[in-house]
Design a protein around this ligand. Structure first.
Ligand SMILES: NC(=O)c1ccc[n+]([C@@H]2O[C@H](COP(=O)([O-])OP(=O)(O)OC[C@H]3O[C@@H](n4cnc5c(N)ncnc54)[C@H](O)[C@@H]3O)[C@@H](O)[C@H]2O)c1
Length: 596
């Protein structure tokens, strides 16, 4: 017979514990909430009341419900209070010895049939379980932060966890309105194993001053639709907790250097900069525990006027190319009021691009996004040409031709001869070094990367890629133009993958490796990232949309440039590409798209 869970215990009321208490109490389950000291208990209580008060203020919880919820929680100091609970979830700091001590004590205090669960993110549930005399009743119940919001729970069964314990915990998750994925005991389980390499990489980028914290976060939010940027997420997780998770994953997960905590993390933890909970981490918060970011000495002065400082005036723009990106970019510039000269390799291609721009603008009219007269004005601003010489007097050229270095270099050499002095020459390359293109000209200071995302008219992000030769004036011009296009520009250095692809593709590649290792299924991995981390698509859904061949090519570039062993493309990805399984475009990738 399935167990009844009428009273549960939660040990440790920090970032996770307080949220877990709320999840149970919201679902009508009595909770004994335990801390180590009166002070910590009061902080835990304040977190819970703060969160439920916010829910009331937002109209998500009635006052009476909040009162009933709070009345279900019995706040206590010391583990002895847990003698009558049916299940305990431990959420103390991520240290094996501490957790083992607590489990030995819980084993002594709790009734024999009680289930003992850990919320650990990276430690071995098996190692924790052997501190008790009932390892078959020990299980991992890994909630996601913030626990009341995130739908996913990873249920971690060890080799000795009883099947009935797993089944009862799965049923409990359902009662809590959560979606569970049940997996075996491996460092980082699904979500963290895929998340933390990415987070650590983002910290490394920030540490190397590759881009600012705001730009790294904006890039991932706007480029990938993530609910938070990686550095803001680190602050939410807690830098001490993140450090411990990375450290454990590094040691347990095959010493992948990508999990070796970035040195900056250790320094910040030592300095007491723990993220939201201490009021300061990568960002500064209104007060400890507050989600509200306040300006500090690193906050950029974002006034548009300041952006334009030193920027050259741009009125006439040349766009070279006739593919998807060129078409979208022409539309974006035309809508923003620039005069455009589109240069393709022939009248036929120009006619096709023109048709595509018209179709897209017409769709905008149908959807009420642009008026008919604005559409006509935008189209009227575009001149169609097949001759590069027509770019002699433009102020900015945006190149969006085929992704081949020799072609781009030859084009830039020609532009160098044709264009007037002072023109800004931009490439939209997503994987080639901008400096290679810049050095094909006699004016590398005027060359910059403007990496638009597909579809350009919709995606709000542009990566502005500065080479070591790009002048401040060119960069200011690129930022001013991007702002006038209504896009968010993020500035970064000239490294393979810039910000977004460098952070995104290794994560996708890791997901493929996880599938290849048969740790979980494509469906569960997709669920884990969507429901545990709020990603708009799971990694396999995204790979099928992007194209497996494109993904493989990007991953190969990253691997070649950075020589990071962990970036080596997953053999399964290579095999699928060889087999012609390229994703949606070929009808089959990780999933079969022909049967719909
Ligand atoms: N932060 C996250 O995003 C996140 C997400 C999922 C899981 N986890 C995991 O949850 C666990 C807790 O992490 P956190 O971020 O909430 O940590 P935290 O530092 O915010 O909170 C830990 C709490 O445990 C209390 N504590 C310490 N020793 C205790 C004891 N002997 N008895 C009772 N309470 C004690 C502390 O006073 C503190 O309030 C870790 O295992 C972590 O890996 C964290």
């Amino acid at each position: 017979m399935a167990r009844e869970f009428t009273r549960v215990g939660v040990v440790g009321l920090g970032t996770m514990g307080a949220g877990i208490v709320e999840v149970f109490a919201r679902n009508g389950i009595d909770v004994t909430a335990v801390e180590i000291s009166d002070g910590a208990l009061e902080r835990g209580r304040a977190t819970l009341t703060g969160s439920t008060d916010r829910a009331v203020a937002k109209g998500k919880l009635a006052e009476a419900e909040r009162d009933a919820l709070l009345a279900r929680v019995d706040f206590r100091v010391g583990l002895d209070a847990l003698h009558d609970v049916d299940l305990v979830i431990e959420a103390v700091p991520e240290h094996l010895d501490l957790k083992q001590r607590i489990f030995a004590e819980l084993d002594r205090v709790c009734k024999p049939e009680a289930i003992l669960a850990t919320n650990t993110s990276s430690l071995s549930v098996t190692e924790i379980s052997v501190a008790t005399t009932r390892p078959n009743q020990v299980i991992g119940i890994h909630f996601f932060n913030p626990a009341p919001v995130m739908k996913l729970v990873e249920v971690v069964r060890t080799v000795v966890t009883s099947a009935d314990v797993v089944a009862d915990v799965e049923a409990l998750c359902e009662r809590l309105g959560k979606v569970d994925v049940t997996i075996s005991d491996r460092a980082g389980f699904i979500a963290n194993a895929l998340l933390f390499g990415y987070l650590n990489h983002a910290v490394g980028m920030f540490e190397a001053r590759y881009a600012t914290r705001e730009d790294i976060d904006a890039a991932m939010k706007l480029g990938c639709g993530l609910p938070m940027g990686p550095l803001a997420l680190m602050d939410l997780i807690g830098l001490d907790t993140a450090y411990e998770i990375l450290d454990t994953m590094y040691r347990r997960g095959g010493r992948d250097r990508r999990h070796a905590p970035a040195p900056l993390l250790k320094q910040m933890v030592t300095a007491g900069l723990l993220g939201r909970k201490s009021g300061r981490g990568f960002y500064t918060y209104e007060r400890p525990g507050s989600p509200k970011v306040v300006p500090d000495e690193f906050t950029p002065l974002v006034a548009d006027a300041a952006l334009a400082d030193g920027a050259r005036a741009i009125a006439k723009v040349g766009v070279v190319g006739s593919g998807t990106m060129a078409t979208g970019i022409i539309e974006v510039f035309a809508k923003a009021g620039y005069e455009i000269i589109s240069v393709t390799r022939g009248a036929e291609k120009s006619a096709k691009v023109c048709e595509a721009v018209k179709t897209s603008l017409n769709k905008g009219v149908v959807r009420g996004k642009i008026s008919e007269s604005d559409r006509d004005d935008a189209l009227g601003r575009i001149t169609w040409s097949a001759t590069l010489e027509h770019l002699a007097d433009v102020d900015l050229v945006v190149e969006a031709v085929i992704e081949e270095l020799s072609v781009k270099k030859a084009l830039f050499a020609s532009l160098d001869e044709i264009c007037k002095p002072g023109v800004v020459l931009a490439t939209t390359t997503s994987s080639l070094p901008v400096i290679d293109v810049a050095m094909a000209t006699q004016r590398p200071a005027d060359v910059i990367g403007l990496h638009f995302f597909n579809p350009a008219p919709i995606m709000p992000l542009v990566e502005i890629v500065q080479t070591i030769r790009t002048s401040a004036e060119t960069s200011a011009t690129a930022r001013a133009v991007t702002a006038r296009l209504g896009k968010t520009g993020v500035v970064c250095g000239d490294r393979s993958g810039f910000i977004v692809n460098a952070l995104l593709f290794p994560y996708l590649n890791d997901a493929v490796k996880m599938l290849e290792a048969s740790y979980s299924t494509a469906d569960d991995i997709d669920y884990a990232m969507k429901l545990g981390c709020g990603y708009p698509m799971g990694p396999f859904e995204l790979l099928d949309v992007v194209g497996l061949d494109v993904s493989l090519a990007i991953q190969q570039e990253l691997y070649l440039e950075l020589r990071e062993p962990g970036f080596a493309p997953a053999p399964l990805l290579e095999h699928l590409v060889t087999a012609g399984y390229l994703g949606r475009k070929s009808g089959r990738g990780f999933r079969d798209h022909t049967r719909r």
